[in-house]
Every structure is written in C-alpha cells, then in structure tokens.
Design a binder for this molecule. Sequence first.
Ligand code: NAD
Ligand code: BTL
Ligand code: K
Length: 490
Amino acid sequence: MARFADQQLYIGGQYVDASSGATFQSINPATGEVLANVQRASQDDVERAVASAERGQKVWTAMTAMQRSRILRKAVDILRERNDELAELETLDTGKPLSETRYVDIVTGADVLEYYAGLIPAIEGEQIPLRDTSFVYTRREPLGVVAGIGAWNYPIQIALWKSAPALAAGNAMIFKPSEVTSLTALKLAEIYSEAGLPDGVFNVLTGLGAEVGQWLTEHPRIEKVSFTGGTVTGKKVMASASSSSLKEVTMELGGKSPLIVCEDADLDRAADIAMMANFYSSGQVCTNGTRVFVPRALQARFESKIVERVKRIRLGSPQDDTTNFGPLVSFAHMERVLGYIEQGRQQGARLLIGGERVIDGAYANGAYVAPTVFTDCRDDMTITREEIFGPVMSILVYDSEEEVIRRANDTTYGLAAGIVTRDLNRAHRVIHKLEAGICWINTWGESAAEMPVGGYKQSGVGRENGLTTLAHYTRIKSVQVEMGDYASVF
Ligand SMILES: NC(=O)c1ccc[n+]([C@@H]2O[C@H](COP(=O)([O-])OP(=O)(O)OC[C@H]3O[C@@H](n4cnc5c(N)ncnc54)[C@H](O)[C@@H]3O)[C@@H](O)[C@H]2O)c1
Ligand SMILES: C[N+](C)(C)CC=O
Ligand SMILES: [K+]
C-alpha cells in the first residue's frame, strides 16, 4: 500500500488520468517505502497537453506584463508559505535531509521565479532609425509552447528554474519530471493554478524519459526543450530535437569539475570548500568539485583535515533535523556509485575513508553509501574521468600552476571549476584559463538567480538563470516601416 494516492497527470489546470493505464512507483530511498504509484503519460496525453498549452498560451500572452508578473509573484508567495510542506515531500522522494530541502530546494526555486516575475515588464524591443522616412523596430515575442525535462536531484528547483523564465517570457510549458522523483513538480502545477495561472500554461506529464521525454522532444509544435540530465541523455535529446523540428535546446548536463587548492590557501577553508563541493546532497550535485587538486607538499595535511571533517558528517534519517547526509536517490543509483568505488580500488586509488554501503540497523533498508575519499588518484582513473554523481572525492596532487591548469581542463566536461588562494591575481589568472562555465573563487556552490549557469564543452548548451536566459525564451521579430516612396525596378 503506497503512502500517497495514485499520482495523475496535470493538464489544463487540473489533474487528469493518463490514457496509458500504466503506472510506475516512486520510492522513498531512505526506507524502501512505496510513496506513490505514478501514472505514465501516453503519446495521446502529450497531444492533449500540447493542445491545452496552445490554448493557455494565447490567454497568457494576451495579458499585460504586469498582470503576468502579479500572478507569478503570487505563486512565489504560495511557495514560501508552503515551503516546509513541500520540503518534507521533496525529502521523502529524494532522500535529501530536511536540513537541506527546508532551506535550499524550494527557496532557490522561489527566488528564481521572483527574479523573472520582476523582469516581465522589462521585456522590450528596440527602435533602429534608418533614415528620415524609415526605421526598424523589434519585438521580443514568446516562442509559444516549450518543454522542460528535469533530473532527479533537485526536482522542484529544476522545475522552477525552467518554468520561471519560460512563463515570464509569455510561453506555456509542458514539464516532465524525472521518473525517480516526480512528486513535487505536480505540487508546483497546483500552486501555479492557485496563483491564477491560466489553465494549460503549466502542465506536468509524469512518465519515462524514453517515452514522454522523447515524445516531447520530437513534437513539431513544441518550440524549445530545456533539458537537465546526463550528457549521454542530453545528446539523444539534442539529436531528436534537431532531427524532428529543429527546435531550440538548452542543455544542463554532467560534470567532473576541478577544485584547485593553492599552496598559499587557508587549508581549513580549502577543506571546508572541498567538503561542501563533494558531500552536500550526498554528492548528487552536477557542479560538484570532485577532482580536488592539492600541491604535493600539502597533501598529507589536507588529507588529515578532510578525514577529520568526514568523521563529523551526520549520516542519518533524512527526517531527522540533525542529519546532514542522507541516502542516495535510489537503490539503482547506489549500485552505480558502489561500482565506481570498486573501480577506484581496483585501479590503485588509495582509500582514505568510507568506500562501502552503510547497512547498520535501519540503514540497511535505505540506499546509504558512506562518504568516500580516495587519494593518490591519477588522471587516467575511471573515478577521475567519469561523473560518479555520488559522495566520492578524488584527491590528486600537482607541482605547478601550468600543470594543474592543463590537467583540470583535460576532460570532456566543462561545468564548474574553483580555486582556493589568498592571491587574487593568481585566482583570476587561473580561473580565466579554466574551461568551465560556472566558477567560484574561495567559495563553492552558491547559485543566485542573477547568476547565469551552464556548461562548456559536453556539460551543456545555453544557460539557466540570469538575464540571458529570459532572452532565450523569446524570439526577435524585426519590422521595417517605410513612410516615404517605394521605388520598383520593374
Ligand atoms: N547541469 C545541471 O544543471 C544539472 C543539474 C542536475 C543534474 N544534472 C545531471 O543530471 C544527471 C543525473 O540526473 P538523471 O539521472 O535524472 O539524468 P538522466 O539523463 O538519466 O535523466 C534526466 C531526464 O531525462 C529524461 N530522459 C531519459 N531519456 C530520455 C530521452 N531519450 N529523451 C528525453 N528525455 C529523456 C529522464 O526521464 C529524466 O527526466 C547527472 O549527469 C547530473 O550531472 C545536471
Ligand atoms: C543544484 N543544481 C540543480 C542547481 C545544479 C546541479 O545539480
Ligand atoms: K523517489
């Protein structure tokens, strides 16, 4: 018996049954409990959602900018009022501790929605003078119906980071959450309706990526897909988006990001940054700095600071307020991470701490993996080349600035990078040479609404948040006006 009722689709401002008749389960990874049977959208349901979105978008875009801004700001207020309730649901579905979800997941989503709601009246065109009798003006028009496809690690935040700019720009969105964590995206749909969003402007289709995700990506009347997920999947999405209707894409993909500790760094600060960059959300954060480069002379001291901090981690039940390290998102993901840890051992990395599944007492019912640190890692190891997306830190040593920059960039990814040093000349000199889209100096992880985020190389295409993202949910129409004569050569 599931904890919650069967979860339906959300189309046209209401819950509706999927026509597939099929469901999948959402599981609480801390206990193995079945949270809900979630309906799987069919291709007919995708058609229903697109038709509803087209109708809703016409109502939405006919409103004034201030009317749209007020509705989205009302949704912000409701999100903040319901923060704790939504956090508890997110914790159940993801396994992330309440000490995170109460203060980060809904908060950072609502902040981005508030940011874009405020920008709606600022969406403007230009006037370009040509001559006394003629000028051009431009219009920034919405794309129409767009799709969002989310990953499982920050479900409601990702749904908000995609829908906020899309709706602010006057579009309607069909959002597919990850089938691993589908529950809070449906609550967001409820909240948008409660705030006054016209029916059909935000729809949620729960279902599998290879089904619903694919159908959305290929749909000829969907103008853009904003995708968050792994690079392998992202390439599939980009291929079908271009081969189907040449729709625009935003890709927020994987990473294997470097954190460079310099010999003049405050080593306690460097260790604190490395801990947050590897073990927050049990290591399931795309931007994590999982390759920690340390000067050879500081290796032993840095290792001991890391070990003492890992021993302080409070692994526990996500519902316990004192817990700061929960299970991984699923048992399948746990097995993937344990497989990487085994490869690290086999390929000669030296295990400093962790390295196994946690099965003491009740933890045996959950997908718990101990926070793990390898050292003496080489650039050619699987654990330093592939994204693990779990609580596994790899420490590598280096001897010169030139060498560490070269090695930090020696990856097909380019999502994030960071450096810890007291020398700000060196900080900017090195950061400017690192091939990454999201960079931090003497810090790690903060991602304000104003900060555009996205990857270089195979970590992504386009950006989320910041001014630039709003522009990418509009298209420019240029209009030339001629007030003088018109001469034909015929
Ligand atoms: N760059 C970022 O902002 C960011 C943020 C969070 C997670 N991620 C990345 O996401 C990955 C982990 O998330 P995940 O396991 O959910 O990723 P995933 O690629 O397995 O799935 C992501 C989404 O894509 C859907 N999907 C799967 N196959 C599809 C297809 N053929 N067509 C369309 N959609 C399809 C899934 O159903 C899911 O909703 C990691 O690589 C992580 O780095 C990146
Ligand atoms: C946390 N988030 C989604 C912004 C980045 C990657 O996981
Ligand atoms: K789940």
